[in-house]
Design a protein around this ligand. Structure first.
Ligand code: PMP
Length: 361
């Protein structure tokens, strides 16, 4: 077997021990006569798996009791449509801060349901910065303010939680959830697809302050109603049980490794190493994001000559470093270095980059 260091932006690398445990338990889950993926979601086996995953996520992220946790399908994109449906009246204003591609998709999904007010955007500057909070022109009666905590493609990350006063802050944490300690109580809603930092694709976590679930929202089918999902314990319909189980294994792994404080330490070390190679390359490699908001999770970078992209990718692959091609919207390269990417993987990439520069300088 030759597992590479996988820098994919998502679905992304998972800890080998988690994959091995899933492999061990694949045919039969703990003497229960069947795989967990073959058990009813209403049976005691899966109910235990689901409850443990939630309890472990709550411990990991220090989620307060007045917050509900939902495990849904549909990905982050579906939540981007459900958020206005659940938390805003039809046509009510909702404020959006756009710091990259995913802020724009959030607006696209919300537009049929709310009057979107883009209160700040860094698009004119190519999404290389985050407009200062002081420059945001918040609406008077906004239902909520939406931000993207970490922009996966542009590599731009909020390093502080912006203060939006009494207006609930809704944050897309798809690519940075549980990567460092976060004060959940500063948010109205945190949502994230699992496929970067929490586990496999196919399950989405929505952490919501319970009082917000009392909002009437808009006319919508029951399956689009977060309050109904809570009442039904995220089992209004058949949930993605395998993905939920895998997420649970990953939560246990993160807790055993030392929790979010330890991952914050590792993530800072990994990011600092990679940016130092880029910045120290004399322009051979380039990342143009403002230093204060550079992402610790996704590091987009460009080689000084596009003609080097192909050899860079093929030589990296031969060196056991995979999935470094940048998103098609930006081109260039991108190294996604989520929680499950070990420090050794980033060291190997840093060494490879220095070596490549020497050989192709
Ligand atoms: N938001 C962010 C920040 C993302 O990175 C992604 C996926 N890359 C999405 C939303 C969309 O997620 P999904 O594909 O799970 O709908």
């Amino acid at each position: 077997m030759s597992r590479a260091f996988n820098f994919s932006a998502g679905p992304a690398t998972l800890p080998e021990s988690v994959l091995r445990q899933a492999q061990d338990e694949m045919l039969e889950w703990r003497g229960s006569g069947a795989s967990i993926v073959e058990h009813s979601h209403r049976g005691p086996e899966f109910i235990q798996v689901a409850a443990e995953a939630e309890a472990d996520l709550r411990t990991l992220m220090s989620i307060p009791e007045d917050y509900a946790v939902l495990f849904l399908s549909g990905g982050a994109t579906t939540q981007q449509a459900l958020i206005p449906l659940n938390f805003a009246a039809a046509g009510q204003t909702a404020d959006y801060v756009v710091t990259g591609h995913w802020g724009k998709t959030a607006i696209k999904q919300a537009k049929p349901y709310v009057a979107v007010n883009t209160v700040a955007s860094s698009e004119a500057g190519g999404f290389r910065d985050i407009p200062a909070r002081g420059e945001w022109q918040l609406s008077k009666d906004a239902a909520y303010v939406h931000i993207t905590a970490n922009e996966t493609i542009h590599g731009v990350e909020f390093r502080d939680t912006p203060d939006t006063g009494d207006v609930p802050l809704v944050a897309d944490f798809s690519s940075s959830i549980a990567s460092e300690p976060v004060d959940v109580s500063k948010y109205g809603v945190i949502y994230a697809g699992a496929q970067k930092n929490l586990g496999p694709v196919g399950i989405t976590v929505v952490i919501v302050r319970r009082d917000l679930l009392e909002r009437a929202g808009q006319n919508r089918a029951d399956i689009f109603n977060y309050a109904s999902h809570l009442k039904g314990e995220s089992m209004l319909n058949t949930p993605p049980t395998w993905n939920w189980y895998m997420l649970g294994l990953n939560m246990k792994w993160m807790l055993a490794e030392g929790g979010v404080a330890e991952f914050a330490r590792r993530n800072a070390e990994k990011a600092a190493l990679l940016y130092s190679v880029i910045d120290g390359s004399g322009g051979y490699y380039r990342n143009e994001v403002a230093a204060a908001v550079r992402s610790r999770m996704n590091v987009p970078f460009f080689l000084h000559d596009e003609a080097l992209d192909k050899p860079f990718l093929s030589e990296a692959k031969a060196a056991g470093l995979m999935a470094l091609k940048g998103h098609r919207a930006l081109g260039g390269m991108r190294a996604s270095i989520y929680n499950a990417m070990p420090v050794e993987g980033v060291k190997a990439l840093a060494d490879f980059m220095k070596d490549f520069q020497q050989r192709h300088g």
